[in-house]
Design a protein around this ligand. Structure first.
Ligand SMILES: Cc1ncc(COP(=O)(O)O)c(C=O)c1O
Length: 446
């Protein structure tokens, strides 16, 4: 087949075939019929993603390479942040963001074991897992309904001389009160990590300027797991405007090394053999000097290749998420005596991850979601509900040297019992949304 062809010609031919294959066998449009499965979310892609993936696999570089560099640069540019690091998941991104703040390079601002980090219990487990794993103390505040973000009314009184950081997710795309929280962080010299895994594309206006969420705090994180705003199968990113934090994130991501040469590149700075580090002999190979106890959390270039194609869709995806949210809002408005419908944070334009509903007294969440699931409409709880109630807390339960709760977690517990969410992802159609609206009405009437 490739006789008398250059490698470039052969690759072009393969990629043409991949494009044709994807267009013919994937994304085949099917009219929706009541009873067809309505996923809460899924990957949305076209032949560009598949072509990039195969292109990268033909190159067979496998680890981080040219697509990774392209993704990091383009993603940083879109978000308007100086530094971006691709990693292998959103959970890894959160781990790196948190562990970066424990680096000795931060001197007195370093988070020590036993220091406190303010967060919430209503969310995803890997926002708080790194805090516990390291031996810092998560301090849990309640959230509000229907914003589903931290209740800031007790935030300032929660701060002690041990508090070093605030680490929060923008729940289901709805930004938390960045204005107030940023102010409090600045006043009290606290780090702010924005878990932006469910909010990519959400915007927030601060002092008259619009920012993407994830870029206002010290570090932001993303997830590219398939249901998320963009996907590469597995993947994540850490971003920051702080050069020192970026240096630490890269070091921790890449085995803890001091050198910042990309994979496969040696001696970029020209000083590979003339430095003096720790107690090593002068001139010890900088490529093998370790300034942190690190990990390897890099993604592959195949993941990055998919991500590069997905980036072109961020804007259109965001518009669709907003449009779908608005349609559900309109269609469910008449149920407000039975359901609490979600509400966007002031000064924000959320790129919604989902449409979050809390059942009022008299409406049973599990009965309603069971009805919807039986009718092939996928539903999700608000992740952990209250993470403290989970078995992962059994070994530290009631040991308040390991975690702390300030005030009641009444809304958090209510979310655990009464809240669920449905999809608004770009793959939704008007037919599907109309059917969901109809079935929610029926389910409540049951
Ligand atoms: C708020 C939040 N943070 C972190 C994560 C973890 O991302 P990943 O699944 O890519 O590890 C998720 C996952 O959905 C999430 O919802």
């Amino acid at each position: 087949m490739f006789e008398n062809k250059t490698e470039e010609q052969a690759r072009k031919e393969i990629l043409e075939l991949v494009k044709e294959y994807c267009n013919k066998y994937h994304n085949v449009k099917k009219d929706f019929k009541p009873g067809d499965r309505i996923a809460y979310s899924s990957r949305v892609y076209d032949s560009n993603e598949m072509v990039n993936l195969v292109d990268s696999s033909l190159e067979f570089w496998l680890t981080s390479g040219r697509y990774t560099k392209e993704f990091e640069e383009k993603f940083g540019k879109i978000l308007n942040v100086k530094f971006c690091s691709l990693v292998n998941s959103g959970s890894s991104a959160n781990l790196l963001a948190f562990m970066a703040l424990t680096s000795p390079l931060l001197k007195e601002r370093k988070i020590e074991r036993g220091d406190e980090v303010i967060t919430v219990a209503a969310g995803f487990p890997t926002t708080i897992a790194p805090i516990v794993q390291y031996g810092a103390v998560p301090v849990f505040l309640d959230v509000t309904i229907p914003g589903y973000n931290i209740d800031i009314s007790k935030l300032e009184e929660t701060i002690t001389n041990k508090t070093k950081a605030i680490f929060l997710a923008h729940t289901l795309g709805n930004p938390f009160n960045l204005k107030k929280i940023k102010e409090i962080c600045e006043k009290n010299n606290l780090w702010l990590i924005e878990d932006n895994c469910d909010a990519l594309g959400s915007k927030y206006v601060l002092d008259g300027k619009e920012y993407f969420t994830g870029t206002i705090g010290d570090i932001g994180t993303s997830s590219f797991y398939p249901p998320h705003h963009l996907t590469m199968g597995e993947g994540g990113a850490v971003y920051t405007n702080n050069a020192l934090l970026h240096k630490i994130v890269r070091s921790l991501r890449d085995w803890g090394r001091d050198c910042s040469c990309p994979s496969g590149v040696d001696n970029l700075c020209g000083h590979r053999y003339d430095g003096q580090y720790g107690q090593l002999p002068k001139g010890y190979d900088h490529k093998y000097v370790y300034s942190h106890f690190g990990y390897n959390l890099k993604a592959t270039d195949m993941q990055a290749a998919i991500g590069v194609a997905q980036l072109n869709k961020l804007d259109s995806f965001t518009k669709l998420r907003i449009k779908h949210f608005e349609k559900l809002e309109k269609g469910l408005k008449d149920l407000e005596d039975k359901l609490i419908l979600p509400k966007a944070e002031e000064n924000s334009t959320p790129s919604w991850f989902g449409y979050c509903i809390t059942c009022k007294d008299g409406t049973n969440r599990t009965k309603l979601t069971t009805f919807l699931e039986k009718n092939n409409i996928q539903t999700r709880n608000l992740f952990a509900g209250n993470i403290i109630k989970h078995p992962c807390f059994d070994s530290i339960r009631n040991d308040y040297t390991k975690y702390r709760v300030v005030g009641s977690l009444d809304n958090t517990n209510r979310i655990m019992n009464d809240t669920f969410w449905i999809g608004v992802y770009p793959g939704m159609t008007d037919d599907k949304l109309d059917y969901m609206i109809k079935m929610i009405h029926e389910g409540i009437g049951e």
